[in-house]
Design a protein around this ligand. Structure first.
Ligand code: ATP
Length: 216
């Protein structure tokens, strides 16, 4: 489903984030990406929805080589991928409902359909009762759940999370990871970059360890 073949990424200025990465993530897998700060985890994730382009090698999603993807097809690729960030990137002047609705509103879904899907996503992350709240009134763990609801509201087959528990205590981190496991159990291919080695080891999924831009 996600295939990297000899992928290198050199940023303008010379930083070589990836140096020949080969890997394959199969449909329905849950994979943790680990590695020291600067090992290339975020870069790896950002190449999948084409937020960055490789300097060499190929990234293939469902057999499609992204370097051959026409510019007007990129929104369709991104709709198949839900992204979650450490800092959740919520809009603070919008309610929880409006934050989660955003990806659907952008694609022009009918109002009733939006409301139904937003409530289904909030229900899955346990925040149905907070739909009228503003993000600042929520705890860090709840804000991250809103970010997850926003990522899954379009029902993407792929979920990517970059340090989703970076700011959370161990108990909340475990809850968030269990939430990812639940989405994975219904078939969503899930890739999570994380530093939280004790938690990753306890959960026991496949791990891809990056070291200086290569899979170690
Ligand atoms: N936009 C950018 N421009 C220049 N260099 C960058 C850029 N983004 C990342 N880098 C560099 O590429 C390397 C890999 O960074 P990346 O963010 O992918 O690593 P990471 O493993 O996610 O690190 P962290 O755990 O600290 O987030 C680092 O040396 C970083 O400084």
């Amino acid at each position: 489903m996600i295939r990297f073949e000899g992928v290198g990424k050199r940023y303008p200025g010379g930083n070589e984030a990836l140096r020949g990465l080969d890997l394959h993530i199969k449909p329905g897998e849950l994979v943790f990406v680990t590695g020291a700060s600067g090992a290339g985890k975020s870069t790896f994730l950002r190449l999948i929805p084409l937020l960055e382009r490789p300097s060499r090698g190929s990234v293939l999603i469902d057999g499609v080589n992204l370097s051959a993807l026409r510019r007007r097809r990129i929104p369709f690729l991104r709709r198949r991928i839900g992204m979650i960030f450490q800092d959740h990137r919520l809009l603070h002047d919008r309610t929880v409902f409006d934050n989660v609705a955003l990806p659907l509103v952008i694609t022009g879904r009918p109002h009733q359909d939006v409301a139904r899907r937003v409530r289904a996503a909030l229900d899955k992350v346990g925040l149905l009762r907070r739909e009228r709240a503003y993000p600042v009134t929520l705890s860090g763990g709840e804000q991250q759940r809103v970010g997850i609801a926003r990522a899954v509201v379009t029902r993407p087959p792929i979920l990517l999370a970059d340090e989703p528990t970076g700011n959370l205590d161990p108990a909340l981190s475990r809850e968030i990871m269990h939430l990812f496991e639940q989405f994975n159990q219904v078939g969503v291919t899930t890739v999570i970059a994380s530093h939280d080695l004790p938690l990753i080891e306890a959960l026991g999924h496949r791990r891809i360890h990056l070291h200086e831009g290569r899979a170690a």
